[in-house]
Each structure stands twice: as C-alpha cells, then as structure tokens.
Design a protein around this ligand. Structure first.
Ligand code: GAP
Length: 502
C-alpha cells in the first residue's frame, strides 16, 4: 500500500485533501492522472452497463433530496455503525471491526487483547505479554493457539470481558466503552431557517435517488420488466474509521444499478447472472479473475428485507475486502416509498397482463474502491534492459488500455531535428482529437519510456529517421513486453481503436 500511495502522490494520481492545512481525514483529491483514470473507469462502466444494454436507463439525481426519502428508506433510524471509545487513548473504533482474544496462562484467562482487523500475531502477542506481566506471571507461557484463534467481534463482548480488555493503544485494561450506534449520515441545513425543519442529509448512497425517480422513468413509457436504472454519483458517510487510503473514505462515488424484476421471476438465477456479469466486467478492465472471490452473506447476517447478498471481494494490499455488493432487496424500498409518499409504485407488465410492485437486484460498486483495485492489480516492479542493454529495475502500472489515463505517448527520436519533430507533432495532434495522449521530446528515449511506464501508458510511438526517409512507419512499443514493431499510421490507429474501445 505504501508503494501505491507514494506513486500516486509522486505522479499526481491522488492527494490527501486539504494537504496544505495538514490534510483532512477521510477525504482525497484526484490529480491530473487520477481524474483521467477515474473518468475512464466511470465511462467504461456507463458504456458497458447503460449504453450497450437495451434494458438499462441512466439517471443523475441530486445529492440532497427530500429528507422524507431517508426516513422511508430506513436510513434516518437505522443507518449507523457501532462505535466504541477508548477512554485512555481517546481513539475511536468500529466495534464490528474490533476483535478481542483471550490471554490464557495455565488454563486461566487473565484478560483480553483487543485489536483491529489486519493486526499481525506478533503485535497481539506483545500486548498479551503486558497483561501477563501485570498479573506477575512474567515467566509463564501464554496459550498462543487461543490467542491466534479465539477471536471474537467486540460487538459481542460482555461487560465483564470489556472490563478486562486491553484496547489497541491503551496503557491499562477496561478503557473501552460499550458499543453505541453512531449515525453515518452527514447532516446539513437547507433554506434560510436554521431550525430542525431545515435538516437535510447528504446522500449516503445513490440508490435512493433511483427509487425516488423510478415512477418518473416508468411513466416515460420506455421500459418494460425486467429493466434497470443506473446512476453514478457522489455519496457521503461519516465513517468512524476511514482508512486504507481511498478504500474507506467519507466522500466517495458509487456506480449503482437497481434492476427491477417481476415478483414471480427466478430471482436466484438472475442474481447469479448479475454476479457473473459484474465479475466479467472487473476482468475486462484489468483485474485478475483469480483475485476476485465471492462472499455469500449468511442468512442470519442479512438485512431483514434482503433475500440474498453476495459481495465480490478483491485482494487489496490490506487484505481481501468487499469491492462490489450484489444484493436482492425484494420490493422493500419501493414499498416503503409507496407507503411514505402515497404514490403507487406498481407497474403494468404487458407480458403477464398483471400489475405489481417489482422486486429488485442491486449491484452496487464504489468508483474509488475500483480505482484502488485497478492500481493494486496494475502495480508491478520488474527488470528490463535500458538503452545500453544493461538490465535495470522499473516500476510499471500495467493498466488495461481501456482505462489507462494516458493511452499513448508520442516521441520524436531527437528533439533538435525539426523534420522528426514536425511529423511527431502532427501525429500527436491527430491522436489527441480522439484520446488522451502525451507528447514528450526531452531526454534519452529509454528515460522517456520509463516515465510513461510508471504512469501506465500502454503504448509508446517513436518517430525516427525510417519514418521520414523510408516508408512513413513508426515504432510502436508495448509497455508490458517492451517489444517494438513498425506499423503504418493506418495500422496504428486501427490497433489503438481496438485496444482502447474494443
Ligand atoms: N446501495 C447499497 C449500498 O450502498 P454498500 O455496501 O454500503 O451498499 C456499496 O456500498 C459499495 O460502495 C461498496 O461495495 C463499496 O464499493 C462502496 N463504498 C461503500 N462505503 C464506502 C466508503 N466509505 N468509501 C469508499 N467506498 C465505499
């Protein structure tokens, strides 16, 4: 993760928000290359899920909506995380991401060590030794098997266990409070009156904008069951512990689909189809299939309205974590809005000649998480020969050409030969009309390649003396293999088109 964060800052992908004021936890800004990468991910998603499908409509709803929407959806009353405070270190934790494990010596439990997700065993053992030493058992052996394996979520700790637990950064046991519900929605006030009636919320998901507009879209008469509504947009959550770079932040973006189906449809089969479609799309933008796994939520952990949820998990630098949630939400949301708004959410289905409130399958993906997954998969350190033939280390981002921020770099072999520069600039201007390309005339050609490798530009195009003196062909270099071949301008454009847009 450190390497990725360092590269992102150095080359202008991602910066900590408000950095000149010391940064602002949970907020990130996207620099020149980051915004290109981000836009390319969103465009690829929009093209594949909206423009290239006949059963999908697009939407762009507002971030601030009528507060009644969040009452109906259940967010006002239920959208919270369990918060735990440490009275000693003043740190805050999410109880469902905090675990505790017993410190057992000679069969007796002396206390518990609390730790956050991802803490390694040596760190836990070091903390356990403090409890052992405080109990005056310095020479005794801690049951390491229990320490490693008997971990429990802190939400399940009894008051007695809490009293005996050593928090991650505390100097004594018993400093953790009982978990309490912490509301995640950001509040704001709308209008000139700053009283309670003015309270509104920044949306914590784009999904409710879709449900709130479902009737408008049905009434335009263009859709028939099954169909989906897709939206890309910002979402805000006052996360207790934003961390792992852009993985969990307080302002992020979602790409969500609500796919409306008949209550009689085989929802399990459709759910499976969506999970496969989503997996294939991740592979199409460059994630390795073997890095994606499925986490099927157990029945007893499902939200009460959910029939099934499967998360697509990805191997991030900080561990295997949720990337894309594919949930079957039944008719819960539409029925809630029907009840709270008094407007019918029924649709007439020509095929079955019946009227019903549809059920819904919801594939919900974070833009920022996708970007982190793409960076993780692309980040490579390898060794390649330099101009002089000696092997040197390089850092390369192996982005798919579909989402790479810069699609190709155009180099005149020498910058002081006007005839090379003229042809190179002409080609650059031509390619720039269609794609984000880069022109670089300075430095040794090997160094120029290396700079592009580091930002993930898939192709290098060099204009040399053969171009101007012989047949007009240019050298096309592949970033990953470093192999070069000569192509005509027409071949070059066909090739780029297929790789970038195919
Ligand atoms: N409408 C359903 C919904 O919002 P979710 O699992 O809470 O479900 C969906 O969020 C996706 O949004 C997640 O799989 C993740 O990719 C992204 N996401 C959620 N919270 C996030 C956060 N704090 N920072 C970045 N991405 C987040």
């Amino acid at each position: 993760m450190e390497d990725i964060v360092g590269l992102c800052k150095r080359r202008g992908f991602i910066f900590q928000s408000s950095e000149i004021y010391g940064g602002y936890n949970g907020f990130y800004d996207y620099g020149p290359l980051g915004v290109e990468l981000r836009n390319n991910i969103k465009q690829a998603w929009w093209r594949d899920f909206v423009q290239r499908r006949d059963d999908m409509e697009g939407l762009d709803s507002t971030i601030i909506m009528h507060p009644k929407i969040w009452k109906a959806s259940g967010h006002v009353d239920g959208f919270s995380d369990p918060l735990v405070d440490c009275k000693d270190s003043k740190k805050r934790y999410r109880a469902d991401q905090l675990f505790f494990t017993p410190v057992i010596i000679d069969g007796e439990t002396l206390g518990y060590v609390a730790f956050v997700e991802g803490t390694d065993l040596p760190t836990i053992l070091k903390r356990a030794k403090k409890i052992r030493d405080w109990a005056d058992k310095t020479q005794s052996k801690i049951d390491e098997d229990a320490l490693a394996n008997d971990r429990t979520e802190f939400t399940e700790a009894t008051p007695e266990q809490r009293e005996q637990t050593l928090a991650p950064e505390a100097g004594k046991v018993g400093s953790l409070t009982a978990p309490r519900a912490f509301k995640l929605m950001f509040e704001t006030k709308v209008g000139p009156l700053a009283d309670d009636s003015a309270v509104a919320y920044l949306r914590p998901e784009t999904a409710q904008g879709i449900f709130a507009n479902y009737k408008n879209i049905v009434d335009t008469g263009r859709v028939k069951i099954p169909f989906g509504i897709a939206q890309i947009g910002k979402a805000f959550r006052n996360e207790i512990t934003p961390r792992n770079f852009i993985f969990r932040s307080r302002e992020f973006e979602q790409m969500e689909i609500e796919y409306f189906i008949s209550p009689d449809a085989d929802w399990q089969a459709l759910h499976r189809e969506w999970i496969d479609t989503c997996t294939n799309w991740l592979v199409s933008i460059g994630l390795p299939r073997e890095g994606i796994t499925e986490d099927i939520h157990p029945k007893d952990k499902l939200a009460f309205y959910s029939q099934a949820t499967t998360d697509l998990m990805f191997q991030f630098p900080h561990g295997e974590q949720e990337l894309w949630g594919v949930a079957c939400r039944s008719d819960y949301d539409l029925k809630q809005h029907q009840e709270h708004s008094g407007k019918s959410m029924e649709i007439f289905d020509e095929a079955s000649k019946s009227k019903f409130v549809p059920h819904v399958i919801e594939p919900s993906l974070g833009v920022d998480r996708t970007l982190l997954a793409v960076l993780t998969a692309a980040y490579t350190e390898d060794e390649v020969p330099n101009d002089k033939g000696t092997v040197e280390k390089r850092t390369v981002l192996k982005f798919s050409p579909k989402i790479a921020p810069v699609k190709a770099a155009i180099f005149p072999l020498l910058k002081n030969k006007p005839e090379l520069v003229e042809v190179a600039e002409k080609l650059y201007k031509k390619l720039q009309r269609r794609w984000n390309v880069f022109y670089d005339a300075s430095g040794a050609i090997g160094r120029r390649y290396r700079r592009q490798d580091e930002i993930g530009t898939p192709y290098g195009i060099t204009i040399d003396f053969d171009t101007i003196e012989k047949d007009g062909t240019v050298t096309l270099r592949d970033r990953d293999t470093c192999k070069q071949r000569r192509v005509t301008e027409a071949e070059l454009i066909d090739f780029l088109e297929e790789q970038i847009e195919g």
